[in-house]
Design a protein around this ligand. Structure first.
Ligand code: SPV
Ligand code: MG
Length: 294
């Protein structure tokens, strides 16, 4: 039995909205965990960007799997693997679920874009597979999972593809009926209205997950009031780190010394003490048990 899949289920079913942070490496995941995030999103956007390639099904399943495994090894909270389209057809989904579940992730997210997919925030056409084609993938995922608590998230891209609210609702119901444990409804606009409409029409037969990268004017509390169960801050860690690195690199070249930035970057001793202790130490195990007990 996976304790972390169980914990992910309880995060999605509790009244209070759960907060999840995107990561592309274990250090970022550990940092998000240590400041109090409930779960980690193994982000295809961040992992692709960290390899300087587009988030467009360029990297292989093995590339994403190895990052997800490293995240799951390094934090005691649930890791959700962003598995894009499932890397192909139902057979690919089945294989992926077996691999990601064995890697220790608590759940996977699979989206209804055509393979190869295009990152949802990238301008361009985002064609969708048919409802039948996608429900076949969800069924394959549910069939493949070994642990009954493992979470399969169906990600609906209809609002981004421009097929409309009715299509988004129709797809979400079909995916839930095919076995999806939660629905991720994605949107790439500034205006919250399409998401608010979706949440008001969806009568919550399954929990809803949001990724408010573009509609950032709305707080997690407001999203909770609208009925969302989890919010994913999918790429903020990477964006913050890149800005900080850029400034430090510029400062070193400009000043010819690290004197001026030493006080604003982590001391080496903090890296050693906070990131380089053994990840499966008893502190981590106790953490999971105490969360489940509470
Ligand atoms: C990711 O973080 O990889 C996501 C969210 O899938 S988005 O970049 O908005 O598509
Ligand atoms: Mg992604």
């Amino acid at each position: 039995m996976s304790v972390r899949s169980q914990e992910l289920r309880s995060l999605l079913s509790r009244r209070q909205i759960a907060k999840c942070a995107g990561a592309h490496d274990a250090a970022g995941a550990r940092l998000a965990y240590s400041v109090g995030f409930d779960a980690i999103w193994s982000s295809s956007f961040e992992i692709s960007a960290s390899n300087c390639v587009p988030d467009a099904s360029i990297l292989s399943m093995s590339d994403f799997l190895s990052v997800a495994r490293s995240l799951a090894f390094s934090v005691p909270i649930p890791v959700i693997a962003d598995c894009d389209t499932g890397y192909g057809g139902p057979g690919n989904v089945e294989y992926a679920v077996r691999q990601f579940e064995s890697a220790g992730v608590a759940g996977v997210s699979i989206e209804d874009q055509v393979f190869p997919k295009l990152n949802s925030l990238t301008p361009g056409v985002h064609p969708l597979v048919s409802i039948q084609e996608f429900t076949d993938k969800i069924k394959a995922a549910k069939h493949a999972q070994r642990d009954s608590h493992f979470v399969v998230i169906a990600r609906v891209e209809a609002l981004i593809a421009g097929t409309g609210l009715a299509d988004a609702i129709r797809r979400a119901h079909a995916y839930h009926e095919a076995g999806a444990d939660a629905i991720l409804i994605h949107w790439n606009g500034r205006d919250i209205e399409p998401i608010a409409q979706f949440l008001s029409e969806w009568n919550h037969p399954a929990p809803v997950i949001l990724v408010p990268t573009t509609y950032y004017g709305v707080s997690a509390n407001d999203l909770e009031l609208l009925g969302a169960s989890m919010v994913i801050y999918a790429n903020h860690g990477m964006r913050a780190a890149l800005r900080a690195m850029e400034q430090v690199f510029q400062s070193i070249l400009r000043d010819g010394t690290t004197l001026h930035i030493e006080g604003s970057i982590w001391p080496v001793s903090r890296i050693i003490s906070e990131l380089q202790h053994h990840p499966t130490d008893p502190m981590c195990e106790n953490h999971v048990e105490s969360r489940l007990a509470s």
